[in-house]
Design a protein around this ligand. Structure first.
Ligand code: NAD
Length: 504
């Protein structure tokens, strides 16, 4: 460990949060080494870009196959490092492979130069093309909650775009990324992916040395990343926290909504950016919904690893946030229907906690908990549910449940957030053709979404060439003043044809 890594504990040993057993060890990167690592990546990137989309797709395909072949090994390390249940750990690698497969299939078309039409008919003498040229070095700063998916889904997109990638995983979960990097090397891939390990100082050096930063983490850190990147005018894409609401309308399939709420709130012990953090239920179905939720929660098997649904929290700091939110809710009159106190014994376990009689005076309804709470609030009208859902500084995603899909979609477009799932939760993450990004303090830009998910890692270069030389150069100095005047009058007239028609 380096002397500058003063925010890290003195040890490089990572422990399993569920048992306290040693999960592995890591060498922290000295921030002073990062310019040298970045220079090496920049050198290798040139050849990587020159391979073209087809050549890169072949390497990424080999990597996707490696991920599939090593799924069990990756998941086992993931469980050791995070204390996840086997059910939770089993979803990361498949999601990553699906995203990789999508890029492998679409990258050639998404990155091909694009013809654009002439802006106005009299400009048809020009042939306009937009070329997508990779930003040479992309820095990726990742959180700890999904050490495989959250770090690698962005890295794969940037690599597909032709960039080199400098990845910094969370200092709380540094081990899985080492294994994933080994996989990249085992595939015979070029040295365009490098790992840095550490906390704030390493992140800052990554930002200082990158041409684009993809950050996933809390809103507070996101603001610091943006501030740091502003020093070098480096663009950033920010995927931040959320307080995702779920709305259960009076004509909802109540059992389906309850299953979804329980999975959406408690998946990964609630440590998911797009988890269900609060529920608004119309009063006519409220009692049935609450009963179904409690029944489902009681069936969950708690514990890390095999045979379990619901695992440990990442550490005491994260657990303390949940404790604080539950204590605040109880003090203000909420009732606890399940859980409500940390599990005795080893490990950072906090049981799935269902809260009722909650309102917006409580932290559990307004601040991101990022833990296993499911506060449920009764509402009288759909309008009230929408108003409360939007009463938040966050705007990541949401869910609406109704048997009438059109009614649910009408409600969806009243919600101020980046994505809404109808009769489901979190599933928009599988739909990589659609943008995934937060509104308000939940983020800036979109993590992925069709061709844009790759093009965000590129700079756009407009190449404008003549179709014909007839009419070109009319505004040069070598033309007479009269000809210039005639040309400007004619161009103004032609350009005003459309607006004049519209203005009538
Ligand atoms: P965090 O903000 O504490 O840390 C994220 C990363 O930033 C880590 O790698 C950390 O080392 C680094 N970092 C810390 N200080 C920094 C600084 N000053 N400058 C630059 N980098 C710094 O977040 P976390 O606790 O790891 O993750 C949980 C948060 O992430 C939650 O708020 C969650 O909602 C959010 N999240 C969002 C998404 C999404 O897609 N929107 C996905 C996962 C997690």
């Amino acid at each position: 460990m380096t002397a500058t890594q003063d925010s890290l504990p003195d040890t490089s040993t990572i422990r399993n949060p569920a048992t306290g057993a040693v999960a592995g060890s890591v060498r922290w990167t000295d921030p002073a080494d990062i310019p040298r690592i970045a220079a090496g990546l920049r050198k290798a990137q040139k050849e990587w870009e020159a391979r073209g989309a087809q050549g890169r797709a072949r390497v990424l395909a080999r990597y996707a196959v490696w991920l599939g072949d090593h799924r069990a090994e990756i998941e086992s390390l993931l469980i050791k490092e995070t204390g996840k249940s086997a059910t939770d750990a089993a979803q990361e690698v498949p999601l990553l492979i699906m995203i990789a497969a999508y890029y492998i299939k679409t990258m050639e078309k998404a990155l091909a130069p694009e013809r654009r039409p002439a802006a106005l008919p009299f400009l048809a003498i020009k042939r306009v093309e937009v070329h997508y040229r990779p930003r040479p070095l992309v820095g990726i700063i990742a959180p700890w909650n999904y050490p495989v998916a959250n770090a690698l889904m962005d890295a794969i997109a940037a690599l597909a775009a032709g960039c080199a990638v400098l990845l910094k995983p969370s200092e709380r979960t540094p081990l899985t990324a080492e294994l994933l990097l080994r996989g990249w090397q085992d595939c015979g891939a070029p040295e365009v992916l490098a790992l840095t390990q550490g906390a704030r100082e390493v992140s800052e050096a990554v930002i200082d040395n990158s041409d684009f930063v993809q950050f996933t983490g809390s809103c507070a850190t996101g603001a610091k990343v943006m501030e740091r990147a502003a020093r070098t005018l480096t663009p950033v894409s920010l995927e931040l926290g959320g307080k995702d609401p779920m709305l259960v309308l009076d004509d909802a399939d109540v059992d389906l909504a309850a299953h979804a709420a329980v999975w959406g709130a408690f998946f990964n012990a609630g440590q998911t950016c797009v988890s269900v953090e609060r529920v608004y239920v119309l009063e006519s179905v409220y009692d049935r919904f609450v009963d179904a939720v409690v029944r489902d929660v009681k069936n969950l098997k708690i514990g890390a690893g095999d045979g379990n649904d619901f695992g440990a929290m990442i550490d005491e700091t994260q657990l303390a946030v949940t404790e604080r939110h539950v204590a605040d809710a109880k003090e203000k009159g909420a009732r606890v229907l399940t859980g409500g106190e940390r599990t005795a014994g080893a490990g950072t376990f906090y049981p799935p906690t269902v809260l009722v009689d909650v309102d917006h005076s409580m932290l559990c309804m307004t601040e991101e908990t990022f833990g296993p709470t499911l506060p449920i609030m009764k509402v009288s009208t759909v309008g009230e549910a929408v108003r409360l859902a939007n009463d938040s500084p966050y705007g990541l995603s949401a869910a609406v449940f109704s048997k009438n899909i059109q009614r649910a979609k009408d409600v969806a477009v009243e919600l101020d957030c980046g994505a809404v799932n109808v009769n489901d939760v979190i599933s928009n993450l599988m739909c990589t053709t659609a943008p995934m990004g937060g509104w308000k303090t939940s983020g800036m830009g979109a993590r992925f979404g069709g061709a844009e998910g790759l093009r965000k890692y590129c700079r756009q270069e407009a190449v404008v060439a003549p179709r014909t030389n007839v009419g070109a150069g009319g505004n040069y100095y070598n033309n007479s003043q009269r000809a210039l005047k005639r040309m400007n009058t004619m161009m103004t007239k032609l350009a005003l044809r459309g607006p004049r028609r519209k203005a009538k």
